[in-house]
Design a protein around this ligand. Structure first.
Ligand code: SF4
Length: 336
């Protein structure tokens, strides 16, 4: 009996390379934290907004999408923060790029292809690689992958690090192979994340302390200071939109792809499949504790590892979800 190879993604292989134990939790056991990572949900909101913008060029439709996605903003401070930021970011984006020098060929395009043994050219019977690119665009007859990124800081270090984005290089290879579109390079579409916070105002006590302090420092023994009131949604949105009127909040970086790099990455991908099959056969997915606080925050599986796999911790904090959520929404992706 033949079985269909298991679908894998670059995210899975990247996690396997970084910590095999985390990869086992996510892709063998299907565990995901019940509490969603706010950075991931903001990223996916902006991806949806950009997809709508690039397919319709209709800012009203984009803002309506953001409003719908953030329906709980009145009662959830985190959602309200994302709502403000996403609206201002997309308003600024529409102003920054009223026209484009590229033609959109496809958006949110999925692909799937074999992982091949570089020594023999034979396809793996255990895994295929699937993925999704944010867009494929054309400039003067050449095709480029369009990759959206949100970044806290857009500086030389950040742009330099884009070279290490192996995912997009390997995806370009698969787009070429599975969709038959030769890819010249990648356009990184980087959107800065403003750090502005909505003013909370001050409590009566805080105001009285500040007032007393000002009076003590004043030669006349008086002050005209008034209590600072919370910043309204309109005031904060205006301040954010002013921030996003700065062209430096957006950046496009074009990188050309090297064919030699494709070969190296494909060979590495094959090696990873072999190491994974070996780990599964021996049932040994070892921990890499050097990765626990990567990105300056604990790994999503830290509570499990710290409790030595306590089943109560797993039951309380995790749920089982299908792998590769990033591919799911794209079954009928539009093509232009
Ligand atoms: S907490 Fe550390 S050891 Fe455990 S899965 Fe995460 S990265 Fe690996």
């Amino acid at each position: 009996m033949t079985t269909h190879p298991k679908v894998s993604t670059y995210s899975m292989w990247s996690l396997f390379r970084n910590c095999r134990k985390a990869c086992e939790y996510r892709y063998e056991l299907g565990l995901t934290p019940r509490e969603k990572d706010p950075n991931l949900s903001f990223g996916s909101l902006i991806h949806d907004a950009l997809q709508t913008w690039h397919s319709t060029r209709d800012l009203t439709a984009v803002l309506e999408l953001i409003d719908r996605a953030c329906g709980t903003r009145a009662s959830d401070e985190g959602v309200r923060r994302d709502w403000h930021l996403a609206r201002a970011m997309m308003t600024g984006y529409a102003g920054r790029y009223p026209t484009e020098d590229f033609t959109v060929v496809a958006l949110e395009k999925t692909f799937e292809g074999p992982i091949t043994n570089p020594a023999t050219g034979a396809a793996s019977r255990s895994f295929v690689l699937a993925g999704k690119v944010d867009g494929i665009v054309r400039i003067d007859g050449d095709h480029y992958i369009l990759e959206h990124k949100t970044a806290a800081t857009i500086d030389a270090d950040y742009l330099e690090r884009l070279w290490t984005d192996f995912q997009i290089a390997i995806y370009s290879h698969y787009v070429e192979q599975s969709l038959g579109i030769p890819i010249t390079g990648v356009i990184y579409n980087v959107l800065g994340k403003a750090r502005l916070q909505q003013g909370k105002g001050e409590t009566e006590e805080e105001y009285q302390v500040r007032r007393a302090d000002l009076i003590a420092k004043s030669k006349t023994g008086t002050t005209t200071a008034k209590r600072k009131l919370p910043e309204s949604d309109d005031e904060f949105q205006t301040r954010l939109i002013e921030k996003y009127a700065d062209p430096a909040m957006f950046h496009r970086e074009m990188l050309y792809l090297s064919r030699d790099r494709f070969a190296v990455l494909r060979a590495e991908l094959w090696e990873l499949t072999q190491a994974f099959l070996d780990a599964r056969r021996r049932n040994v997915f070892y921990q890499n504790t050097a990765f626990c606080f990567h990105h300056n925050r604990p790994c999503a599986y830290f509570p499990i590892c710290r409790s030595n796999g306590n089943p109560n911790v797993i039951d309380n904090l995790y749920t089982i979800t299908p792998p590769h959520e990033e591919l799911r929404a794209a079954a009928n992706e539009p093509a232009f």
